[in-house]
Design a protein around this ligand. Structure first.
Ligand SMILES: Cc1cc2nc3c(=O)[nH]c(=O)nc-3n(C[C@H](O)[C@H](O)[C@H](O)COP(=O)(O)OP(=O)(O)OC[C@H]3O[C@@H](n4cnc5c(N)ncnc54)[C@H](O)[C@@H]3O)c2cc1C
Length: 400
C-alpha cells in the first residue's frame, strides 16, 4: 500500500484544515450551548462557502454534484473534518445521509434517484435510517418485529423503532422491515423508503441521550409505524435483500466513522499536549514534565497512529478488493478505533482536570457523544466475535 498523498489531495486537505480552523472551531461554543436548529442558518452560510470552494460532498459521486473522491482520499478528508463535531455536516458528508446515499446510488431506481438521491447529495433534504427496534436486539439485525405486508399496490408497515438518528426534520426514512417471514433468516427483511409525513409514521419523541434531547440533524427519534402505507415502488433494492444491503451500507459506514474518530483523536491529542506544556503542577513545573503525563502522550501517539494505519489499510482493501474481502478488517478497526478514541478522549479530559469536565473545550462533548462509538454500527462484542470466527476458520481448515 502506497501512503503518498497526491498534490491535489494535499491542497484539498490544507484548504479543509484552514476552513475548519477559521470557520468551524469558533462556532463550537454555540454548538455546545444551543439547539442545532438555532445554528442552522449560520451552518447554511458555511455550507455555501464550502460549495464555492468546490469541496462539497467529497465522498459522493461526481455525476450528482459530489467530488467523487476515492475511499482512501476520503479517509484523509474525514480525518481533517472529524476534529470538529460540525465538520462532516458542513461539508455534506454526514451520517446517516452518507450511508443512505450509497445505497440509493447503488440500488435506487431512476425515479428514486431523482426524487431522493439528488436532493440529498445537494443538501436540500436530509434522511434517516430506521432499523433498530425497542424490543429486539439491534446487534442481531436479522431479527426484526417490524413488518411490511403487501396490500394492493402498497406495503403496510407496522413496528416500533428507536435510535432513528436525525429523523427530526428529515424528508424520508429508509426502514428495515420484514417482508418475507417464511424465507431464511438473512433473506426476510427489505429496505423501504418512507417519506416523513406519511400517515402512520409517528414520531414518539426525540430520545434524551446522555442528557441531550437534541433536535434536527442532531437527534435520535423513537418512531411508531402504525399501518404506515407506502407504494411498493418505494422498495429499495430487491425484496428480501434488506440485510444484504444493510451490510453494504454499514460496511463503508463503519469505516467513515473510524476515519472521523481519528480526527477527534488528533484534536484531543493537540489539546492535551498544548495544555500539558502550559499548565503548572507546582511553581516552575509544567504538567508535561511528569513522566505519567508523558506516558499518556506516548500511549496516545502510538494508538492513534496504529488506528490510523488500520483505517487507511481497510479503506485501501475495500477500494482494491471490495467490501466482502475487507469484512474482517472493517470489524477489526470498528472495535479497535472506538477503543482508541475513548482512551484518547479520556486522557485528554483527565489532563484538563476540572476544565476537561466543562464545556469550555469540546473534550467533554466528545466524551459524552462518542461513548456510543462502541455501540452503534455493531457493538464491540459482535465485531470481536466476528473477527475471531473468521480467524479460527482458517485454523479449522475452512475458508476464512
Ligand atoms: C448514538 C446512536 C446512534 C444510533 N443511530 C442509529 C440509526 O441511525 N439507525 C438505527 O437503526 N440504529 C441506530 N442506533 C442503534 C444501534 O445500531 C444499536 O444500539 C446497536 O445495534 C445495538 O443494539 P441494541 O441497542 O438493541 O443493543 P443489544 O443488541 O440489546 O445489545 C446490548 C448489549 O448486549 C451485548 N451483546 C449483544 N449481542 C451480543 C453477542 N452476540 N455476544 C455478546 N454480547 C452481546 C453487548 O454488550 C451489547 O452492547 C444508534 C445507536 C446509538 C447509541
Amino acid at each position: 500500500m502506497d501512503f503518498t498523498v497526491s498534490e491535489k489531495m494535499q491542497t484539498i486537505l490544507e484548504m479543509i484544515k484552514e476552513f475548519v480552523d477559521k470557520e468551524l472551531y469558533p462556532l463550537e461554543p454555540e454548538f455546545l450551548r444551543k439547539n442545532f436548529s438555532e445554528l442552522e442558518p449560520v451552518l447554511e452560510e458555511k455550507r455555501r462557502m464550502v460549495r464555492q470552494m468546490e469541496l462539497w460532498a467529497p465522498l459522493h459521486p461526481k455525476e450528482y454534484g459530489g467530488m467523487g473522491l476515492s475511499l482512501t482520499e476520503y479517509a484523509l478528508v474525514a480525518e481533517a473534518l472529524g476534529g470538529s463535531p460540525l465538520g462532516l455536516y458542513v461539508f455534506g458528508c454526514q451520517a446517516p445521509d452518507a450511508g443512505n446515499i450509497e445505497i440509493l446510488h447503488k440500488y435506487g431506481t431512476e425515479e428514486q434517484k431523482e426524487k431522493y438521491l439528488r436532493p440529498l447529495i445537494d443538501g436540500i433534504i436530509r434522511s434517516c435510517f430506521s432499523m433498530t427496534e425497542v424490543e429486539l436486539p439491534g446487534s442481531n439485525p436479522t431479527w426484526l418485529a417490524t413488518n411490511a405486508v403487501k396490500d394492493g399496490d402498497d406495503y403496510v408497515i407496522n413496528g416500533h423503532k428507536w435510535y432513528t438518528s436525525a429523523a427530526d426534520g428529515a424528508a424520508f426514512a429508509i426502514v428495515m422491515a420484514e417482508t418475507n417471514p417464511e424465507a431464511s433468516q438473512h433473506l426476510r427483511a427489505s429496505m423501504i423508503i418512507v417519506p416523513l409525513g406519511t400517515p402512520g409514521f409517528n414520531v414518539v419523541r426525540n430520545i434524551s441521550v446522555m442528557g441531550h434531547v437534541g433536535d434536527s440533524w442532531h437527534s435520535h427519534a423513537e418512531i411508531l409505524y402504525q399501518n404506515c402505507r407506502v407504494s411498493q415502488t418505494n422498495l429499495l433494492g430487491p425484496e428480501g435483500q434488506g440485510f444484504v444491503l444493510a451490510q453494504e451500507r454499514l460496511g463503508p459506514g463503519r469505516i467513515h466513522h473510524c476515519m472521523r474518530w481519528i480526527g477527534i483523536c488528533n484534536r484531543c491529542f493537540d489539546l492535551m499536549c498544548s495544555y500539558a506544556v502550559k499548565r503548572p503542577i507546582a511553581p516552575g513545573v509544567k504538567m508535561a514534565e511528569s513522566p505519567l503525563i508523558k506516558g499518556y502522550i506516548a500511549d496516545s501517539a502510538a494508538e492513534i497512529l496504529a488506528a490510523r494505519l488500520m483505517v487507511l489499510h481497510t479503506a485501501w482493501t475495500i477500494e482494491n478488493h471490495g467490501v466482502k474481502a475487507a469484512m474482517k478488517d472493517i470489524s477489526l478497526i470498528k472495535f479497535f478505533a472506538a477503543d482508541v478514541l475513548q482512551k484518547v478522549v479520556d486522557r485528554a479530559l483527565q489532563i484538563h482536570g476540572g476544565l476537561g469536565m466543562t464545556d469550555d473545550t469540546p473534550i467533554s462533548y466528545f466524551y459524552r457523544a462518542e461513548r456510543a462509538a462502541r455501540i452503534y454500527d455493531g457493538v464491540d462484542e459482535v465485531h470481536k466475535i466476528s473477527v475471531a470466527r473468521r480467524i479460527l476458520r482458517r485454523y479449522e481448515g475452512k475458508k476464512a
